[in-house]
Structure formats: C-alpha cells, structure tokens
Write a protein of this length. Structure first.
Length: 201
C-alpha cells in the first residue's frame, strides 16, 4: 500500500466526497437560459463562466448562492464514508480540504459555511482529523502542511499538486478528463481510490 500510516491524506469535498459535476450539469442550462444565455463555449468547463459565453463570474457565483442548500444536502458518493473510515483505521490521518467559503453563502447565513460543513460531515458519518476551508491553492497548502497525497477534482489543483510532487488522485470528471501526467492517478469511485492506494508499491 502507498505509505500513509501516520501521514495526512487530503480529501476535497465538492466533486470528491459528493458528485458536484452531476448536480451542476442538471441545473446549469436552466439557470443560464433564465439569464438569456444559451451559447456554450466549453461544456467541460470547471467554472460556469467557462462553460457559457457571456456568463459573468458574478453570475457563476450566484448560481451556487441560488442552489446553496441543495449543495449542502448532496449525498456522499457510494462508499465514500466506508473507504475514508477504512483508510483512517489503517493509520492514515484524514484532512478534509475544501475551497468552500462564504462567497456562496446567502446573506442570512453568512459566516456559517464552516459549521454547516462540519454538520454535513457528521450527519453522513465522514470521519476526519482536520478540516480546512477556503483553501484555493491546495498545492501550496499541502506542501506547507506535509500532506503527501490529495484526492481532488479541480483541474487547476490537480495540475499544481502534481507539479509540487504530491501524489494526486484525480477524481474523474468531464472537467479534468484530459489532465494526465506524473504523480496523477485517475480514479472513478471510492473503491477505486482504496485499491489505487493499495496498489502503489
């Protein structure tokens, strides 16, 4: 097994613990159409303003504000809870690292994203040792905190993590399907994560 005993395994929430891509794709076309935007430029864009032409960054942010509580209610992917628990029982330390922040929080809930995320993890039985939010440069964060392996879906973070020499499990999605290279291991599900780590000898 890839040596994680006593070391931190970093895990992203949106796109890894949950399936945010499926959620986004099921709602983004209606949202854009309501704004009078119908033309796409890259259906595999990571951010909504990368998917649609003439959709502003502010509109892309407001999409998540509009769907805030649906995002917080997304069910974990199959076996996420079980695999994370199993890896922790085998000695790995689990560090949940998310870029979530209050930019997407409705005004009357501003300042609560950390507590609401903790409640979500507890409600779904996701065990962890540390939780960090509002982390956008995950490569620098992992390097600074000696995190040797990260489960991630953002194409930007996957690329930078790998360049920093951090073992990166790329949770497959349309927006990262073309990201390949040294230190990057593509995985499709949580059982795949478990077996990939065990097969790294």
């Amino acid at each position: 097994m890839f040596e994680l005993s006593g070391k931190y395994l970093g895990i992203d929430i949106d796109g890894c613990i949950n399936d945010i891509e499926k959620f986004k794709q099921s709602r983004m076309y209606i949202y854009a159409k309501n704004l009078g935007v119908t033309k796409t430029k890259n259906i595999n864009g990571y951010y909504l303003d990368e998917v649609f032409e003439n959709l502003s960054k502010e509109d892309a942010l407001n999409f998540w504000k509009e769907h805030y509580f649906e995002l917080l209610a997304l069910e974990p992917r199959p076996y996420a809870k079980e695999v994370i628990s199993k890896l922790r029982s085998e000695g790995a330390k689990i560090w949940i690292i998310s870029s979530r922040n209050d930019d997407i929080t409705p005004d009357n809930f501003y300042g609560r994203i950390y507590d609401l995320t903790k409640e979500y993890l507890l409600r779904h039985g996701i065990v962890y040792d540390k939780l960090s939010m509002d982390v956008h440069d995950k490569a620098s964060f992992c390097k600074l905190n000696n995190i040797s392996c990260m489960v991630e879906d953002s194409p930007y973070n996957i690329t930078s993590l790998a360049k920093f020499g951090i073992t990166t499990l790329s949770f497959f999605a349309g927006h990262n399907s073309n990201i390949k290279g040294e230190n990057i291991y593509s995985v499709n599900n949580w059982l795949g994560i478990y077996f990939t780590l065990h097969n790294m000898m």
